[in-house]
Design a protein around this ligand. Structure first.
Ligand code: AMP
Length: 546
């Protein structure tokens, strides 16, 4: 017997319709590439998203045609989020930090028909346009009078002229909720990037999950600053979750330095912010150097890489800002776990509480996870046993777009699980702790050493700005850890002092064999450390005593 409830597709257009009707005067504030601050409302956003949809009709774009963006976080980008997907096309957000050859590769792979870009990326577009034959229309996200006369990009139009000429009279179409809505390529640290194709259904369910109290806990009373880029897994779904709640939304544009982000937070009464640890490091540096405080910020979600304990402590103890450590992946839309405490944790000592806060957290409803050993056997949730982390759920990838074969691993009931490539423990309360990417884990004398733990300890030293731990081949132990360190400007610490800093914090055999001081640690397009590159840089290095 089937249920007798209305069968209504879960569509992205319903989010913008809801926001317009119920939160029409809710504010959207953006720092623009032009440098000024732009303000408007959800009502304006909805109207202009409909204009985008009509403008795409005008280009003759068909349902499922891909429309790409190379853009910072801002209101025009958000209009494309709703106008492109809402009208049945597929939004392809491109990471501008990729190499031009890689950008051209993914434009061709996705067969993008139109590409909209912020003017800061004109040089990138000039470098790639001749290699992107599928793109019929190039659009610069600027006013008509800012369009350069001789850009060299054929048929380039300004977004304002293009969208401004389109009618706002548009009825969002109804279609299958499983239709593709957006596409995002993984960072591809090895080989070519892989394409994750989200659906309207997966995006809506993920947006619901994201706002739940034990996830990001968003409401109409929040002022939300997504520092996490809209070109990286849809800014963790925040543009959708924002429309779902009607919260104020504040976009930082290209200015991600500590001062710009801080000023925006204070001027716009930001209560909630989301970003990767490297950006928050810059923000904290600015606030600490200037003796400032946060007057409205209450919570911040930090994810994308492990959040160092020193950062959690600084936010909480010095500034009263709650840190929610979160974990996810492009393949997971991205939300998997968020570290929100349970009642029993609140009774713990500050030190014990920190061991929980450091974990990546517990699964949000919709995400199922497990850890397995090398034979595929499920491992216990005891907080100690570590294994390969697998996930499944309605917003987790089933297969890659134009991919070969299924990435999923079947269990005994034939259900497919996605192997995350992360190594983790899960405790009895379901709190997961990532100890490593499986390719970064250090195997020493048959035991595993967590590179993240080694890095976190180094980062807690006041002289250390950044640390990366890698394994080096060792004839007796297989591998031994060393830690590459960047010191803070003006700070000084010796190799011996740093090694002594590990004493009492971890077992003796886990302490790195060496400290190597470097000017910088290679960082990839999504802010993650590139350990393979670091290994290349350290080619020829020999462990002490060998
Ligand atoms: P991406 O698809 O670029 O978002 O990368 C996903 C990967 O980032 C995950 O598989 C993890 O290895 C890593 N990651 C994301 N969040 C965290 C976190 N909070 N702590 C440690 N690693 C993380």
């Amino acid at each position: 017997m089937l249920g007798l409830m209305q069968s209504q597709s879960l569509l992205i257009s319903s989010l913008i319709e809801f926001a317009e009707r119920h939160h029409g005067d809710g504010e959207i504030v953006s720092r623009r590439v032009e440098g000024d601050i732009h303000r408007y409302t959800y009502r304006d956003l909805a109207r202009r998203s409909r204009q985008v949809a009509n403008a795409l009709d005008g280009l003759g774009l068909q349902p499922s045609d891909r429309v790409a963006t190379i853009a910072w976080n801002g209101y025009r980008h958000m209009e494309l989020y709703f106008g492109v997907s809402g009208s049945g096309r597929v939004l392809h957000t491109i990471n501008p930090r990729l190499h031009p050859d890689q950008v051209a590769w993914i434009v061709n792979h996705a067969e993008d028909k139109a590409l909209c870009f912020d003017m800061s990326f004109l040089p990138l577009v000039q470098a790639v346009h001749a290699h992107c034959p599928t793109v019929k229309q190039w659009v610069a996200l600027c006013d008509a009078d800012k369009l350069p006369a001789n850009s060299g990009v054929p048929g380039l139009v300004s977004y304002e002229a293009w969208v401004g000429a389109a009618s706002s009279d548009y009825a969002w179409p109804d279609f299958d909720e499983n239709s593709a809505s957006s596409i995002c390529y993984t960072s591809g640290t090895t080989g070519n990037p892989k394409a994750v194709l989200y659906s309207h259904r997966s995006t809506l369910l993920h947006a619901y999950a994201g706002v739940m109290p034990d996830a990001m806990g968003l409401s109409a009373r929040d002022s939300v600053l997504p520092v996490v880029p809209m070109f990286h897994v849809n800014a963790w779904g925040l543009p959708y979750s924002a429309a779902l709640t009607g919260c104020k939304i504040v976009y930082p544009g290209p200015a991600l330095d500590g001062k710009s982000v801080y000023d925006l937070m204070e001027n716009e009464g930001v209560t909630f912010a989301a970003g990767v640890p490297t950006v928050w490091q810059m923000l904290l540096g600015h606030v600490q150097a200037g003796g400032l405080k946060f007057s409205t910020l209450k919570r911040t979600v930090i994810g994308g890489s492990a959040c160092p304990p020193a950062m959690i402590a600084a936010f909480q103890d010095q500034y009263g800002v709650e840190v929610l450590h979160a974990w996810g992946m492009t393949e997971m839309s991205p939300l998997g776990t968020v570290c929100t405490l349970k009642n029993k944790h609140l009774e713990m000592s500050a030190e014990d509480q920190m061991t929980i806060r450091l974990k990546q957290g517990r699964a949000v409803f919709g995400v199922d996870m497990k850890i397995i050993d090398g034979d595929g056997k499920e491992l216990p949730w005891d907080g100690k046993t570590y294994g390969d982390l697998l996930v499944k759920g309605p917003w987790i990838v089933g297969s890659y777009y134009k991919g070969s074969g299924s990435p999923l691993v079947a269990d005994e009931r034939g259900r497919g699980w996605f192997p995350t490539g992360d190594v983790a423990t899960i405790d009895a309360d379901g709190f997961m702790l990532i100890t490593d990417r499986s390719k970064d884990v250090i195997k020493s004398g048959g035991e595993w050493i967590s590179s993240i733990e080694i890095e976190n300890i180094a980062m807690a030293h006041p002289a250390v700005a950044m640390a990366a731990c890698i394994g080096m081949p060792h004839p007796k132990w297989d591998e031994r850890p060393i830690v590459a360190v960047v010191t803070k400007p003006g700070a000084d610490v010796s190799r011996e002092e740093l090694l002594a800093f590990y004493e009492g914090k971890i077992a003796k055999w886990q302490v790195p064999d060496d400290v190597v001081f470097v000017d910088a640690i290679p960082i990839g397009a999504t802010g993650k450390m590139l350990k393979a590159k670091l290994r290349e840089q350290l080619a020829g290095y020999k462990l002490p005593g060998l």
